[in-house]
Design a protein around this ligand. Structure first.
Ligand SMILES: Nc1ncnc2c1ncn2[C@@H]1O[C@H](COP(=O)(O)OP(=O)(O)OP(=O)(O)O)[C@@H](O)[C@H]1O
Length: 326
């Protein structure tokens, strides 16, 4: 179980994580979603004790990460940057890690097998593809058989087979009763991998919900109405909260937002207007995610705008990411 209580991180004038409170439960995959720069990596680094929060605190398994006597056994993490000696083989890298942390050697063979690195285990890491490197990073995270697994953008840059592999691995780790917290900026990927979603934008919590609920709420509230008397219906429905747009090139079709199907149907019936179609439009998950995070994305775009004064130099970010190796 991961708990964050009012986690906040400021760099100079800029607040990159703002008062985040959430719980990540065992037994399910929880997706940590947000557009680029939303503060996901910074939050994960705070959970892992790699960055100190400006205020707030967090626990993993009821203790702060740093106060665990053997943190690797409690939490396995894969952050974005890797620092593996390129001349070492994958097996040697894992053996060295196991040795340093007092983990039985047999665990090395077990994680190599689990991440499907068997044939590559005795090759030097410098020849590894991105996907193999990710597998090795995950093997290292799982080495001490941790109760909690935290992975930052594990599918970034992977081919479809690698993406599918990670998806199944995360589900199996959760099915074993572990707490699995995984960040992504891709809603479509999380929708098929996670059961629970924590969505942030501009460092703030935007949603803490199940995927199922998110899907249910994904309707954008727009209804397509087809009627041979569309103009009359349009005049009757018009109001301050109702937006009505004509469909391109189709004079019989309206797109109505702000009035539900019942109201449109009853209005049409009361005035004897035939309605041939009344269809609520469901947004795709990606659209719903973009809608939810739109303001956050706009903020980031302005932030990157060279004409806008930069509150913090981006080079500092690069330094922080490079230091994120586990
Ligand atoms: N050490 C730092 N100094 C200054 N700003 C930082 C530092 N680390 C991160 N930031 C800024 O904090 C914001 C959040 O960054 P973070 O990497 O946590 O976001 P993210 O959601 O993980 O995004 P991405 O998916 O792009 O990695 C960004 O605007 C980033 O530039």
């Amino acid at each position: 179980m991961i708990r964050a209580y009012g986690l906040t991180k400021r760099y100079g004038e800029k607040t990159v994580v703002r008062d985040l409170t959430f719980t990540v439960r065992p037994g399910t995959v929880t997706g940590f979603l947000g557009p680029n720069g939303a503060g996901k990596s910074t939050t994960m680094r705070m959970l892992l004790g790699l960055d100190a929060p400006t205020s707030g605190r967090s626990t993993i398994g009821d203790r702060a990460y740093a106060s665990h006597p053997a943190p690797l056994r409690q939490v396995g993490a894969l952050l974005e940057a890797r620092s593996i000696h390129p001349g070492r083989t994958a097996r040697a890298h894992l053996q060295a890690l196991a040795h340093t942390h007092g983990i039985p050697r047999r665990q090395v063979a077990s994680v190599i097998d689990r991440v499907g690195l068997g044939e590559a285990a005795d090759r030097r890491v410098k020849g590894f593809s991105l996907g193999m490197g990710q597998r090795l990073g995950i093997a290292a995270a799982l080495l001490a058989d941790p109760a909690t697994v935290i992975l930052d953008e594990p599918v970034n840059g992977l081919d479809p087979e690698g993406v599918l592999w990670i998806r199944n691995l995360l589900k199996s780790l959760a099915a074993e009763g572990r707490t699995v917290f995984v960040s992504s900026h891709l809603m479509s990927e999380m929708a098929v991998t996670a059961e629970h979603l924590i969505i942030i934008g501009r460092g703030r919590l935007l949603a803490d919900t199940t995927v199922e609920q998110f899907v249910r709420d994904a309707g954008l509230g727009e209804i397509t109405v087809v009627s041979p008397e569309a103009d009359r219906l349009r005049a009757l429905l018009a109001g301050p909260d109702v937006r009505i747009e004509a469909a391109d090139g189709r004079p019989d079709t309206l797109r109505v937002t702000g009035a539900d199907g019942e109201r449109i149907g009853r209005t049409a019936a009361a005035h004897g207007i035939p309605v041939f179609e009344l269809t609520p439009r469901r947004a795709s998950l990606e659209e719903a995610f973009m809608e939810l995070t739109r303001d956050a994305v706009e903020y980031v775009a302005h932030d990157d705008d060279p004409t806008t004064p930069q509150p913090t130099p981006t080079s500092q970010h690069a330094t922080a990411s490079q230091g994120a190796a586990t």
